[in-house]
Design a binder for this molecule. Structure first.
Ligand SMILES: Cc1cc2nc3c(=O)[nH]c(=O)nc-3n(C[C@H](O)[C@H](O)[C@H](O)COP(=O)(O)OP(=O)(O)OC[C@H]3O[C@@H](n4cnc5c(N)ncnc54)[C@H](O)[C@@H]3O)c2cc1C
Length: 430
């Protein structure tokens, strides 16, 4: 098992194909800012960019490199709504909560597209994501999702039947799908690097290799690293699954989970096109789901797993290759060029957690595997709240945040047990 290297991005396809980005010096000495953001992933950089656009003086402290965490390692899938959908929100938290969160369910994807256009970010954006069903039950659930999303104003979704699947994905695995044309896929590391450059172009400051070691609450708050301190009117905690135990009351409410990704060698262009004729990204409907898409240079990027802590490249390939070859038997023996793992943050409710600690420390975490869009929405909501417009942020902050039962020690075994149970459920189709 190799250890995390904080000075370099994970050895991914993304790191190998990243746009040029400068190294940034670590924090040195005492600095004053309006807002200090902890973590330079989508949540942190998106918040920082919104605030810089509004004229705030913002400094971002990143333990490793911009996009080093999940944001620079993920499947790149723009998936709308939340990890638990609006109907679940309505059932658990009532009609009003569902209406408020439902009104924002497709906003994150719009923000991403606005950013790409406004700042000319090169990140291989493609439209269209597909939820693929193995069983009639899953297909019925997708049909219900379509009706639900249409009630909340989505006009770009359609069902695909078994016959139509050939135009979507060249695999016998599925009986149908839901195609969301407002979803899509992109190179996530290049997106966050581009957003970071946009933030810096507005005068924002990012310090890399600057792990925050202490947060002292107060007005102003103080954020400390080994070599410096930021005094700020507001702090945004955006460390998500990599935050560790910096703020124990946040740590106890989430569980970092690993998911693994492989990328093949470049495929013959015609073969690549035949696998995914619409060039959409796909995620299946299992709880322990597989997700995949083509890259701009005709590789198949395939993820799955959800195994806490699997890091060794051989271990990752032996975990993901059988899944890839089951979906695409025509790729048996294909060369794998890159393997990597990354952590996302799971919550017990599988809904994101946003809130305040005291008056001026804000946080957002726990997108439970579907964070590319939510983190961009969160960035806007955090910036609105800091500017004194609390309404939309509070719609999320009002959701209850449950601690994992059993505390820190039992969280990992509990998840392993949970993953085993959901794996059984996926297999027997209940
Ligand atoms: C392999 C993988 C595949 C995924 N695929 C998808 C997908 O296809 N679609 C989708 O919607 N979602 C996907 N997700 C989830 C999505 O990537 C995340 O929800 C999202 O990127 C989280 O962004 P973030 O900014 O909150 O956290 P991160 O991107 O993890 O950023 C947190 C940052 O905070 C820094 N940090 C932590 N502690 C400190 C500290 N003390 N001091 C300073 N800095 C600190 C870390 O170094 C890190 O850079 C995937 C996740 C993984 C891991």
């Amino acid at each position: 098992m190799h250890k995390e290297d904080f000075s370099h991005h994970a050895p991914s396809y993304y790191a190998a194909s990243a746009n040029q980005s400068p190294g940034r010096p670590a924090l040195a000495g005492k600095v004053r800012a309006d807002v200090c953001v902890i973590g330079a992933g989508f949540t942190g950089i998106s918040t920082a960019l919104h605030l810089a656009e509004a004229g705030y003086k913002v400094i971002v402290l990143e333990a490793a490199r911009v996009g080093w965490g999940a944001s620079g390692r993920n499947g790149g899938q723009i998936v709308n709504s939340y990890s638990r959908d609006i109907d679940v929100i309505e059932a658990r938290h009532g009609k009003e909560a569902a209406a408020r969160l439902g009104a924002m369910a497709f906003e994150g994807g719009r923000i991403i597209r606005e950013r790409i256009k406004q700042y000319g970010i090169q990140c291989d954006l493609k439209d269209g994501n597909v939820f693929a069903a193995f069983t009639q039950k899953q297909l019925d659930e997708l049909s219900a999702k379509k009706a639900l999303w249409e009630r909340y104003g989505h006009t770009g979704i359609r069902m695909v039947d078994k016959a139509g699947m050939r135009g979507i994905v060249d695999s016998d695995a599925y009986c149908g799908a839901l195609l969301d044309t407002w979803g899509g896929h992109l190179h996530p590391l290049n997106l966050v690097l581009g957003e970071a450059a946009a933030f810096e172009s507005l005068g924002g400051v990012i310090c890399e290799m600057s792990p925050v070691t202490a947060l002292v609450e107060g007005e102003p708050a103080r954020v400390r690293t080994a070599s410096g301190e930021v005094e700020a009117d507001f702090v945004v905690v955006a460390g998500n699954a990599y935050l560790g135990n910096l703020i124990p009351r946040l740590a106890e409410k989430t569980l970092p989970c690993g998911t693994q990704v492989v990328t093949t060698a470049p495929l013959d262009a015609a073969l690549a096109r035949s696998l995914l004729p619409g060039d959409n990204c796909v995620e299946d409907c299992n709880f322990l789901l597989d997700y995949y898409r083509l890259t701009a240079d005709h590789r198949l990027l395939y993820g799955g797993g959800t195994v806490y802590g699997a890091r060794d490249p051989g271990e990752i390939e032996s975990l993901i290759r059988p899944k890839l070859e089951k979906t695409f038997p025509q790729l048996a023996g294909v060369k794998i060029d890159y393997t990597w793992t990354g952590n996302f943050s799971l919550t017990l409710s599988r809904l994101p957690q946003a809130g305040r600690i005291g008056r001026n420390v804000y946080y957002s975490q726990g997108c439970s595997g579907h964070g590319v869009t939510y983190t961009h929405l969160a960035g806007r909501l955090l910036s609105e709240a800091i500017r004194g417009q609390n309404g939309r942020f509070d719609a999320f902050a009002a959701l209850p945040h449950y601690p994992f039962p059993g505390g820190r020690l039992l969280r990992v075994p509990m998840l392993t047990l949970g993953a085993w149970w959901y794996g059984v459920r996926d297999k027997v189709g209940v």
